[in-house]
Every structure is written in structure tokens, then in C-alpha cells.
Design a protein around this ligand. Structure first.
Ligand code: GH3
Ligand code: MG
Ligand code: MG
Ligand code: MG
Length: 305
């Protein structure tokens, strides 16, 4: 994710209110710290949510002509950008029941109208801070600690999504299992610290091949990586290039021995499939794995597709 300039880093807040004066008031209160998106009723709120990649916080009026705030909240939960976005109800309704109902529906807060600007701004800040913490935790949960690329957990999620999308639109998926050759020996010869550094460098090479929105490279475990590319690609040629890139790293460790040089290489097993013809995501992975093991048996340091 790029964060060029201060506007890119601003959180996005969706303000939904049928009263233009309220919308303007709230927008003016928040526009310095937030990117504000406005909606004048339930259906335009849903439209805005569908058009946005991510919304960080929602300020939601309850009493509106087309659809009340409770209903809007329920519908926003079906939209990816607002599925888990915290909602603050802002309402003139002072009965405890309205507040109870809002909080029971999962709103994080309830603010009474007429609003007190200092309080609204403080509550918005507090909730946005929680959003930042949550995102940071999610980012950490998705990354492999050693190499910084996606971990197995993240891969499983992305693979599942890519599989369903590929089935829907009838596009092929390409998947490769990539394993470092004789890595136990590499560790024995150069030590674990050098081994770790080699894994980091190899991971970076593999990661550069995942360029599309639906592509992902991940550390699958130990010294094994997985690369998923969506759509029609010359997969064999891509894997050959990747295999060559790893070899050109010339990963050795400067040790005194001299003659006993071992370069780190990888073996790859790659398959391309139309998902409809393969029973399941795990069956496709097993096919890639079988080719990887065949590559190992045939002498390692090669690509089989
Ligand atoms: P093959 O060519 O058959 O794959 O041989 P190999 O030695 O690579 O395979 P094996 O599965 O026998 O050993 C994998 C080695 O990878 C053993 C383990 O110590 C090493 N390894 C796994 N994870 C890490 C890691 O995070 N850091 C380091 N330095 N080594 C690791
Ligand atoms: Mg209203
Ligand atoms: Mg290995
Ligand atoms: Mg292995």
C-alpha cells in the first residue's frame, strides 16, 4: 500500500444524514483529519459504500425518509467496504430504546443531536484510533515474520477468494510450489543466520512475480513457497525466469573453506487449471506438490509444469 502525501493516509469517514445542515456541520468538523464521503439517504449511502474500497468509520442518522438508520446499518454489513466498519449513530431520538436498539445492532457509539462538536470529534478520534490498531494487527497477522511476505494464513484466504472468482468468471488459475534445494545442507555449511538471509532474498524474488490484484506469493512453511497467479499467463516461462532469478542471486556465504561452495537453488512444480475441471483448491495444490516432488527426484534445481 502506498502512502504518498497526507491525503492518502487520511481515514475515510462516511456521513449519512438527510439533513443538509447536519451533513455540512459534521463534514466541516472532520474534514481536516478525515476524507469525508457524504450521503443524503440510505440508498445513496449503500451506493457510496459499494464505490469505495474501504471505509473506516460511519456516522449514521437514524430518522431518514427512505430507510431508517437501523436498516441502513444492516445493509451496509453486506458490502465489503463496510462489512466491519464501526458505526456511530447520531440521532435526535432521546429515548433509551433507540440507543439500545442501535447498540444491539452492533453500533460502537450513539451521539445525541443537537451534537456537541468537541464530543463528536473526540469520539470519532477514539474510534479511528481503534481502527488503526486493528489494521496494524491484521497486517501483522498476514505477514511471515522472517521474510515479510504473506504467510500461510493469508495465502489460504487469498487462494479461496481467487478460486471462487476464477470459477465464477471462468478464468484459469496458476499455482506453483517452490522449495529450496538441499537447504539443510545450506544451513549446515553456512549456518542458520545465513540460511535465514537466503530465505529472505529468495522470498523477495518470488514476491516480485505476484503483480496482479488476484496474485499472491507466500511462505508456505520452512523453506517452501507458493505462488498463485490468476488468468492466462505463460506459466512455464514465468517459472523458468523465477528459477533463473534465484540462481542469479548466487547465494553463498563467505566462509573460509573455499572449495566447498553450495549455491542456493530452487525446484518448482507448477500447474495451470480451469477450476471447474479440478475438484477443489487443495486438489490443485496437491498436483503442484506432486510435480515439485518429481522435480526433486529428477535431480532438483529445475521447473516442472
Ligand atoms: P530438498 O532439496 O529435498 O528440499 O532438501 P532440503 O534439505 O531442503 O529439505 P529438508 O526438508 O530435509 O530440510 C529443510 C531444511 O530447511 C531443514 C530446516 O532446518 C531448514 N529450514 C526451514 N525453515 C528454516 C528457517 O526459517 N531458517 C533456516 N535457516 N532454515 C530453515
Ligand atoms: Mg434525519
Ligand atoms: Mg528443500
Ligand atoms: Mg521442504
Amino acid at each position: 500500500m502506498t502512502q504518498s502525501g497526507s491525503t492518502a493516509a487520511k481515514p475515510t469517514v462516511l456521513i449519512v444524514d438527510d439533513d443538509g445542515v447536519n451533513r455540512t456541520l459534521l463534514a466541516e468538523l472532520l474534514h481536516e483529519e478525515c476524507r469525508v464521503v457524504l450521503a443524503k439517504d440510505g440508498s445513496s449511502a449503500i451506493g457510496r459504500a459499494q464505490a469505495e474500497a474501504e471505509i473506516d468509520l460511519i456516522l449514521l442518522d437514524i430518522s431518514m425518509p427512505d430507510m431508517d438508520g437501523y436498516e441502513v446499518l444492516k445493509r451496509l454489513r453486506w458490502i465489503p467496504a463496510t462489512k466491519r466498519t464501526p458505526v456511530i449513530f447520531i440521532s435526535a431520538a432521546i429515548e433509551a430504546e433507540s440507543e439500545e436498539r442501535g447498540l444491539q445492532l452492533g453500533a460502537v457509539d450513539y451521539v445525541h443531536k443537537p451534537i456537541r462538536p468537541v464530543i463528536v470529534r473526540a469520539r470519532v478520534r477514539n474510534h479511528l484510533e481503534l481502527v488503526t490498531h486493528r489494521k496494524e494487527l491484521e497486517r501483522l497477522a498476514d505477514r511471515d515474520g522472517l521474510t515479510g511476505i504473506a504467510n500461510r494464513r493469508r495465502f489460504d484466504e487469498a487462494y479461496d477468494l481467487a478460486w471462487r472468482r476464477a470459477s465464477r468468471i471462468g478464468q484459469p488459475l496458476n499455482i506453483a510450489m517452490i522449495d529450496v534445494d538441499h537447504f539443510k545442507r545450506y544451513n549446515d555449511l553456512y549456518g542458520h543466520v545465513a540460511g535465514d538471509e537466503a530465505l529472505r532474498e529468495i522470498a523477495q524474488v518470488i514476491d516480485r512475480y505476484a503483480t496482479g490484484t488476484w496474485d499472491i506469493a507466500a511462505r508456505y512453511g520452512g523453506e517452501e513457497f507458493v505462488l498463485l497467479l490468476s488468468g492466462e499467463v505463460a506459466f512455464g516461462a514465468i517459472l523458468s525466469r523465477l528459477h533463473g532469478d534465484v540462481a542469479s542471486l548466487r547465494l553463498t556465504f563467505d566462509h573460509s573453506g573455499g572449495d566447498d561452495v553450495l549455491l542456493a537453488t530452487v525446484s518448482c512444480g507448477g500447474v495451470t487449471a480451469i477450476t471447474r475441471t479440478i475438484a477443489s483448491p487443495s486438489a490443485l495444490l496437491r498436483e503442484a506438490d506432486a510435480l515439485l516432488y518429481q522435480a526433486k527426484r529428477e535431480g532438483r534445481n529445475r521447473v516442472l509444469v
